[in-house]
Design a protein around this ligand. Structure first.
Ligand code: GRG
Length: 347
């Protein structure tokens, strides 16, 4: 059975479009920053079923709706189906999550700003080539203002520090061509201070190596041209040991495989040029076996419930393994390569 598995792309597109509409219907009806714009079709319930609006997925996505938009829309683009949504409506909705006073974006309409959602907003605008709607310096100042004296970044005004936020800040500022607004050397020094003896990286100095944090640190070092701080063989060995007997990848030793690590681990391996150390055929089969072939979507492990996060990272993993019909993704910016090229060639 595993040998015959194929990517059921059409079903995934249908699933994503449905989730996008259902979860957007669950958002607040009157966005505070767009008084002159009536609620768009992207914000209106497009499915008549009230049950759908109260679906488990739409409820758990409520506070991270902007992340969900990034996962779903990037997947559509990877599958050459970004035109399945109305770009103007999406951009309107993204901007209804913007806080003009701070320059940051919230996870949903009326939610507090945080760098996590600010990067997703910028990434989605990049997908649609609509960075022109932003006050770029205001957004960049918001992100730059979160850098701490030691070079680390907080996620928002409440001050939590994590290498995730270092990556997010560097990625956002680079996409906006505003890296000069921060102390890049200090940002790099902080990331290097989170490197462990096993070659991996944690959330802060002394934190356990974890594939998600490794992606963030390797991505941040790639964006700043600082990959020379990495022992590629040592880290490559730790990362390729993440492949389990079932072919899937885990995030750290003794843990179960999960489709999302197909992205966190593989993208890191691509950036340090060690992706050939993974058994791609076994990993491809693992991902394909996590599909709901009838209703679309991909789950963390075979036979579990699908969600938009695992659907994106499963297809992102296939993209990094050059699966036919899936666009190539940039491993550092987590955006389709053509989008990244457009941003940096345009300047
Ligand atoms: C633009 C792709 C992109 C990312 C933005 C938010 C972020 C930057 C990166 C998150 C990196 C990260 C920490 C990913 C790991 C997510 C995850 C599955 C955590 C689960 O951790 P545990 O301990 O699970 O619950 P394990 O698998 O270790 O049992």
């Amino acid at each position: 059975m595993a040998d015959e598995a194929e990517l059921t792309a059409d079903q995934h597109v249908r699933y994503i479009v449905t989730v996008e509409k259902v979860t957007s219907a669950a958002t607040a009806p009157f966005p505070p920053y767009a008084p002159s714009t009536p609620p768009s079709a992207f914000q209106r319930p497009l499915l008549s079923s009230a049950q759908k609006k109260d679906s488990f997925e739409s409820l758990v996505m409520e506070h991270i709706r902007l992340n969900g938009a990034y996962w779903g829309l990037t997947t559509l683009d990877l599958l050459h189906k970004l035109h399945a949504v109305d770009a103007a409506e999406v951009v309107d909705w993204i901007m209804s999550c913007y806080h003009p006073e701070s320059g940051g974006f919230g996870g949903n309409v009326g939610h507090d700003p945080h760098v996590l959602y600010t990067l997703s907003a910028v990434q989605v605008l990049c997908l649609f080539d609509r960075l022109d709607v932003l006050d770029v310096d205001k957004v960049a100042d918001y992100v730059a203002g979160l850098q701490n004296k030691d070079g680390s970044f907080s996620g928002d005004i409440w001050g939590e520090v994590d290498t995730r936020f270092s990556y997010i800040a560097l990625c956002t500022l680079s996409l906006l061509h505003r890296l000069h607004k921060i102390d890049v050397q200090k940002a790099v020094d902080f990331i290097v201070s989170c490197k462990n003896l096993d070659g991996g990286f944690g959330a802060m100095p002394g934190g356990e190596s974890h594939a998600g944090q490794i992606f963030c640190c390797v991505g941040a070092l790639a964006i700043t041209g600082s990959l020379h701080h990495i022992d590629r063989d040592l880290l490559g060995w730790w990362l390729c040991e993440r492949q389990c007997k079932d072919g899937g990848l885990n995030g750290r030793p003794e843990k179960l495989a999960d489709v999302c690590y197909s992205w966190w681990v593989l993208s890191s391996l691509v950036m340090i040029d060690r992706v050939h150390w993974i058994d791609k055929e076994k990993l491809t089969k693992f991902i394909l076996n996590c599909q709901d072939k009838e209703n679309g979507g991909i789950s963390d492990r075979p036979d579990n419930a699908v969600d938009i996060y695992h659907t994106y990272f499963g297809i992102a993993g296939l993209s990094l393994m050059e699966y036919p019909g899936v666009k190539p993704l940039d491993p550092a910016y987590a955006l389709p390569l053509d989008v990244v090229n457009r941003i940096f060639l345009k300047k």
